[in-house]
Design a binder for this molecule. Structure first.
Ligand SMILES: *Cc1c(COP(=O)(O)O)cnc(C)c1O
Length: 355
């Protein structure tokens, strides 16, 4: 498919890349493509970044028919720009599309859109340590219709923003609150997709945890409120008695993270035994009390890995790994970021060069 490019007449000033906020500054251009029933996806184009015009009745504003993805472009020491496992994001977006009744986006068009946009915005990919260009593809239902059914018209867009290092002051383990009231997702729901609605439903618990001095919520399953699912908007992994334990994806209420998948591959190759299974909060608290819980961390594109230094449940608090980052967490961080920024070889074929 031919992507039409309309360049901006007024390029923005580039920010100071040593002090980038997350998700606030956007680049000069964005990708757009429309879907109309009967016609399919059409008119792929890159245009200057600008506000959308939407009908107040646009269905996304009322019924939240929206899906998104998140990935990054990395600048290597040689000045090249590369993506990390972008086909995984493309496939997951289409899995989300299937669940939310959004028409699937052809994989080749999606990939071409990513590569073309990032190449055009290559000067926006920062080079300071730990910085990257965050890429946010998303699709929304645009029909002006107050009435519940799957829309007939959609807009697919990709916007990008330069982002700073997640760990400017070094990797500090965070305090986690196990949430026993609100749930993020439930079997049969949309937990395995990236859709805005999941995030809306998670806000209250996040706010409450923050007020109590915690940085993230550890989510329990919606059926028994007993099994651990995710931490904040990250997948979660534990090292218990030498083994790596992580919630399995079979319930459909856990997001299949690309970082999760990559960590599992690395850990297997390093000889760790990995158990993808249900892990109850009782098992976790017991392991924390006996000291068998050696490390705990979240995984996701934004932070790569985020060590947990403390977990609180029903008024009691437990310190993990002395409140410090553990050796496995650190090794995962070093290896994944090493591959992403091209500092170490990529034996897996995860890296896709852009320019
Ligand atoms: C995006 C996301 C993750 C992490 O996925 P990655 O592909 O590793 O970035 C985990 N949990 C939730 C709920 C998410 O939305």
């Amino acid at each position: 498919m031919n992507i039409r490019i309309e360049r901006t007449a007024v390029p923005k000033a580039k920010p100071d890349t040593n002090d980038l906020p997350f998700g606030v500054l956007f680049t000069d251009h964005m990708f757009l493509m429309n879907y109309d029933k009967g016609e399919g996806w059409h008119d792929p184009r890159i245009v200057p970044y600008a506000p959308f015009t939407l009908e107040p009745a646009a269905m996304v504003l009322h019924y939240a028919q929206e899906i998104f993805e998140g990935l990054k472009a990395y600048r290597t020491a040689e000045g090249k720009v590369q993506l990390f496992r972008p086909m995984d994001n493309i496939r997951r977006m289409n899995d989300s599309a299937e669940r939310l009744c959004v028409p699937k986006i052809p994989e080749d068009v999606f990939m071409q859109a990513l590569l073309t946009l990032v190449e055009l915005e290559q000067d926006w990919v920062p080079s300071a340590e730990g910085t990257s260009l965050y890429i946010r593809p998303f699709a929304i239902a645009t029909d002006p219709h107050v009435g519940v059914h799957a829309a007939h018209h959609y807009l697919f867009s990709i916007i990008t923003c330069p982002v700073g290092s997640y760990y400017k002051e070094g990797i500090n383990p965070v305090r986690i609150l196990i949430e026993s009231q609100d749930i993020r997702a439930v079997r049969g729901g949309t937990g395995y997709t990236k859709c805005g609605g999941n995030y809306a439903a998670s806000l209250r618990a996040g706010e409450k945890a923050e007020e109590l001095g915690f940085s993230q919520v550890l989510w329990l399953d919606g059926v028994h409120k007993k099994y651990i699912e995710e931490v904040g908007s990250m997948n979660v992994m534990f090292k218990i008695n030498g083994k790596i334990v992580t919630p399995s994806l079979v319930s459909g209420s856990v997001l299949p993270g690309v970082t999760r998948r990559s960590c599992i591959q690395l850990l297997k190759d390093w000889g760790y035994e990995i158990e993808e299974r249900d892990i109850s909060v009782d098992e976790l608290i017991h392991a924390a009390e006996t000291g068998e819980l050696e490390e705990a961390w979240g995984t996701g594109t934004a932070a790569v890995v985020s060590p947990m230094g403390e977990i609180a449940y029903e008024g009691e608090s437990h310190v993990i790994c002395g409140g410090k980052i553990g050796p496995v967490t650190q090794k995962l961080y070093d290896t994944l970021t090493g591959i992403q920024w091209g500092k170490i070889p990529d034996p897996y074929g995860w890296v896709v060069p852009v320019c």
